[in-house]
Design a protein around this ligand. Sequence first.
Ligand SMILES: Cc1cc2nc3c(=O)[nH]c(=O)nc-3n(C[C@H](O)[C@H](O)[C@H](O)COP(=O)(O)OP(=O)(O)OC[C@H]3O[C@@H](n4cnc5c(N)ncnc54)[C@H](O)[C@@H]3O)c2cc1C
Length: 341
Amino acid sequence: MAAESNAVYSNFDTIVLGAGIQGSFTAYHLCKNSKTVLIDQFTLPHSRGSSHGQTRVIRKSYFKDYYTQMMTECYQLWKELEVEANVELFRQTGMLVLGKEGNPEFQTMKSTLVENEISMESFTSEEFSRRFPAVNLPEELSAIFDKSAGILYADRALKTVQDLFQRFGGTICDGEKVVDIQPGSLVTVTTTARIYRAKSLVITAGPWTNKLLNHLRLQLPLKTLRIVVCYWKEKVPGTYGIRKSFPCFLRIFDSVEHHIYGLPSNEYPGLMKMTPDQDFILDHHPEHNNIIIGAGFSGHGFKLAPVVGKVLCELSAGKEPSYDLSPFKMCRFQSNLKSLL
Ligand SMILES: Cc1cc2nc3c(=O)[nH]c(=O)nc-3n(C[C@H](O)[C@H](O)[C@H](O)COP(=O)(O)OP(=O)(O)OC[C@H]3O[C@@H](n4cnc5c(N)ncnc54)[C@H](O)[C@@H]3O)c2cc1C
């Protein structure tokens, strides 16, 4: 969009701030029913947030069953996107989950898969060695296999959602940093290039969320997440790669703060912020109902972006959300939510 100095752009119903995977999916859902602009500070594509890189793990195995339930629809929406754009975004490889039988998280993951009737396998050590001869399973560990899991091609997925958003009439304004937000019945957003005014604003600014929320006198309890991700690249082509369907893995530990997961990739993606309980924040601003915030994706948000985008769209349109959002409300952090009001 060409910038006109001092002009106020008020021809959009909704502004989405941040064109990572969450903002892009939100904008994609919104543009089907409302005029939507998606703003990003960097020229797209960029590699400075959380959503770039070659690959992300997609899986149904989770410690908390509300994510497993959301993943059923996520798989459908990822599939729909592949069909709409005629592009491959997902490759099924399965995922090995390794942990001690007595570990409560290992047990929860197993029971969540069983209760939600997700296809999985468990193995004796002989069966495991036969099935995965390249993987050494220590005696004290058990293994389950989430068959539905695999790899999402992250950069390609992000570009696909943004392309479809534009194809359905959405507007992307990139290379424009948001420098001010004024709440009101119409929200005013000032960027380095122009001023926008719209009925609602969705903020999906990834690691920059609290900087932007400063303008709205709110601070969320987000801290930098340190996780160990093991990325591998095949030395001998055709051995442990995606095309060979070599599985991703999750190693659950008893005594360390974070588990390790592994997946094939050539590149290490960037920054991320986590909430104290590692659940997302999907909620209205406590003072301004027409400002919606999606944040704190805690290192596991990519696969869930189709449903995250859908519920952020529903919140911004004033509709009843399709999922129970109580685990994602800000008020759960009442004691460490800093309202600067
Ligand atoms: C190392 C790593 C491994 C991961 N592995 C997995 C995995 O295997 N599976 C999985 O599901 N998830 C995984 N994740 C998590 C997932 O990638 C993130 O949850 C997701 O990408 C978050 O997207 P986002 O849109 O919230 O943030 P971002 O992608 O960071 O997007 C935020 C956007 O807001 C823009 N912005 C910020 N401030 C401004 C401003 N002032 N003006 C304009 N624009 C602004 C930024 O430029 C940026 O483009 C991983 C993350 C990392 C970092």
